[in-house]
Design a protein around this ligand. Structure first.
Ligand SMILES: Nc1nc2c(ncn2[C@@H]2O[C@H](COP(=O)(O)OP(=O)(O)OP(=O)(O)O)[C@@H](O)[C@H]2O)c(=O)[nH]1
Length: 390
């Protein structure tokens, strides 16, 4: 499906930048337009792929291009004050060509955490297209203010968007490594998982030999109804057949039973590993309201039977009667399954965040001081000239 992606804050901008790189590499065509919004000038300048004309610096009068130092109330205020500047960049998006908006933000900081719910609300008021959020939860070692920001922003963001897709940095940090150390890998993982999902909706029925194509309306229907979503993924390397070799045998319709059984079993086991392995937001999959299964890979390694079996298994495991599925032919030497679980309820990390928020509320003075110190350090140098670009 075609998305207008808006990266809010540093993490949001970097992830949207990576989606553009993924699009260029795989030809998936999911990013129709990309915009970055930030209060920190340096973060905007560090982006590589988002066009300069689509990078919006907000809050100039308040923080002079230095960021909001994890103060998400300030982030929200600035977003409200400068919504006109953000809209100026959104005006350049050909909205009739997109299927949905995707607002991407780290929920632990100040700018994206405070600003993304404000932007989502604004977009929903103006446009009829669905507005989805992709929210990144902070690592547990990042400090109280990050957790508190995430807890507050999460509640507001999930209310303002049509569906909140979540990635939890804390679940993806390697043992002994701080989250920062692993951002490159983490961002690759984010883009791979969501890229396969959204990319599936871009294949048209006459493209290649997709047996049961996922179209964008199936993604939209899975996300409809709101709530929180998580994505599972697993892949297995397979041999690609060249056109003069085995593939020609298959194309002749002589695919033997043995091969069909292997293909079906492989898909079935990849689907199980995807759903039961590490999710972007770990949770109990039982009780999921809706799900979508996308199986990608070389066409000769995909079959309807495998996908149907995987879908049936997902129905049993989740208890959901609304499990959609399809294939996504890709010219890659692996078969992969991406499982979108939409409307999940039993999420330990969210319960933990809510608890931490309650406790943090009790220590609010200390946390506010931490935030004020951060901000002071950032605006100390406020005599600097802003880059003429902004
Ligand atoms: N996955 C991922 N998370 C990131 C990345 N950069 C920052 N984060 C997370 O995002 C949160 C901080 O948000 P940022 O986006 O850096 O902050 P911001 O929205 O720019 O706000 P301020 O810096 O406070 O103005 C933290 O919880 C980080 O763990 C990244 O490249 N990838």
């Amino acid at each position: 499906m075609k998305l207008a992606m808006i990266g809010f804050g540093q993490a949001g901008g970097k992830i949207v930048d990576k989606f553009l790189e993924y699009d260029a590499r795989t030809g998936s065509g999911i990013v129709q337009s990309a915009v970055a919004v930030n209060t920190a000038e340096a973060d905007l300048m560090g982006l590589e792929n988002i066009p300069k004309s689509n990078r919006v610096l907000i809050g100039r009068a308040r923080v002079k291009g230095h960021g909001v130092g994890a103060d998400n109330e300030l982030g929200a205020e600035i977003a409200e004050e400068d919504i006109g500047e953000i809209q100026g960049a959104i005006d350049s998006i050909p909205v009739h060509e997109i299927d949905a908006f995707l607002v991407v933000a780290g929920l632990g900081g100040g700018t994206g955490s405070g600003g993304s719910p404000v932007l989502a609300k604004h977009l929903k008021r103006i446009y009829t297209e669905p507005v989805y959020g992709l929210g990144i939860l902070p690592g547990g070692d990042e400090g109280g203010i990050y957790t508190l920001n995430a807890a507050r922003s999460f509640q507001t963001f999930v209310r303002e968007v049509d569906n909140l897709l979540v990635f939890d940095n804390d679940a993806w940090r390697k043992t002994g490594e701080s989250v920062e150390g692993g951002y490159e890998e983490i961002n690759d993982e984010i883009v791979r998982r969501f890229g396969v999902l959204f990319g599936a909706g871009e294949i048209s029925a006459d493209d290649d030999v997709a047996e049961s194509v996922v179209d964008s309306s199936e993604i939209i229907n899975t996300l409809e109804g709101g709530g929180v979503s998580t994505v599972g993924y697993d892949a297995e390397a397979v041999e690609e057949y060249d056109s003069g070799g085995l593939l020609s045998r298959f194309k002749g319709g002589n695919k033997d039973d043995m091969e069909t059984t292997n293909t079906t079993n492989r898909i079935n086991s990849i689907v199980r590993k995807a759903a039961l392995g590490r999710l972007t937001l770990p949770c109990e999959i039982e009780g999921t309201e809706r799900a979508l299964l996308v199986v990608s890979g070389p066409p000769e390694h995909l079959n309807r039977k495998g996908i149907e079996k995987g879908r049936g298994w997902l129905e049993d495991e989740t208890g959901s009667m609304e499990v959609r599925g399809g294939d996504y032919p890709l010219d890659e030497p692996s078969v992969a399954a991406a499982v979108l679980l939409s409307g999940v309820h039993d999420v330990p990390r969210i319960k933990e965040l809510q608890q931490v928020a309650i406790e943090a509320q009790e220590n609010i003075d200390e946390i506010q001081q931490e935030s004020e110190e951060n901000l002071e350090a950032l605006v100390e140098d406020d005599e600097d000239e802003l880059d003429p670009l902004f």
